[in-house]
Write a protein that binds this ligand. Structure first.
Ligand code: IPE
Ligand code: IPE
Ligand code: MG
Length: 237
């Protein structure tokens, strides 16, 4: 697919990677095979985002509610993410991509925390794109932790949103410009609720493992067809 670089590229794209379980189910496979095959799509969107100059890419990998799944799915996901972080490091460095996380890491298995720390350290010098992975992340949990941090810093009153957002996990990230959720579901499931206040929403039908380079580029094209207003009156004429 051709891609016009000169038109407006979103600065921050966030993705709810959904549909792995259904992808596996229609093939008569266990849900975990859907997650395994989702890794290909992760690599495709990182590569594509990097190619067109997106600066911030944020992926929803595990929500605060996903602990409610079976123990075998949860532990399978944790070990998959651990393996990916180890094997994917070299590729991220080659692409000049820095790795970060949002979410409460304290509740994750120590093996995964070690891999996360190591990948953050190994990519700390990369400045081509920031890849943020949301792990044990939920907007409501993030909000509570932000309020507690502000209390610990003895902040009594906020006058501006800019002052408060420093306490969120996403401190330093710009607002989301484009929020994509694959699999046809049209909901945000506790992901970046505050940061997506003016995001454009896009809900492609494909299940996550099938969402590859051209699907990502199509999402960017769709974003470029939208008119953003931010509450103002924009005269198109
Ligand atoms: C998204 O795919 C991946 C994670 C939540 C980790 P799902 O596992 O939610 O797949 P569906 O929605 O059941 O098809
Ligand atoms: C959101 O998807 C979480 C991730 C993609 C990591 P879910 O599949 O968990 O969301 P619901 O339960 O369908 O809303
Ligand atoms: Mg789902």
């Amino acid at each position: 697919m051709s891609f016009e670089k000169e038109v407006y590229i979103p600065e921050h794209v966030a993705i709810i990677m959904d549909g792995n379980g259904r992808w596996a189910k229609i093939r008569g496979l266990e849900r975990l095979y859907g997650h395994y095959n989702g890794v290909r799509a992760i690599k495709a969107v990182v590569r594509s985002a990097r190619k067109i100059g997106i600066k911030f890419l944020t992926l929803y990998a595990f929500s605060t509610e996903n602990w409610l799944r079976s123990a075998s799915e949860v532990s399978g996901l944790m070990s998959l993410y651990g393996r990916v972080m180890l094997k994917y490091a070299r590729s991220l460095i080659n692409q000049n991509v820095r790795f970060e996380t949002i979410g409460d890491l304290e509740k994750l298995p120590p093996m995964l925390c070690d891999r996360i720390d190591s990948l953050k350290a190994r990519t700390a010098h990369c400045d081509g794109m920031l890849l943020t992975t949301a792990l044990n992340y939920g907007s409501r949990d993030e909000l509570l932790r932000a309020i507690n941090r502000a209390n610990e810093a003895h902040v009594e009153r906020f006058s501006h949103w800019k002052e408060f957002e420093k306490y969120l996990d996403t401190s330093g990230l710009p607002d989301v410009d484009l929020l994509i959720r694959t699999s046809g579901e049209q909901r945000v499931s506790n992901f970046l609720l505050l940061q997506s206040a003016y995001a454009e929403l896009y809900f492609p039908k494909k299940y996550w493992p099938d969402f590859l380079d051209d699907d990502f580029f199509e999402a960017i094209h769709e974003f470029q067809r939208r008119q953003r207003r931010f509450g103002k009156v924009i005269d198109a004429g």
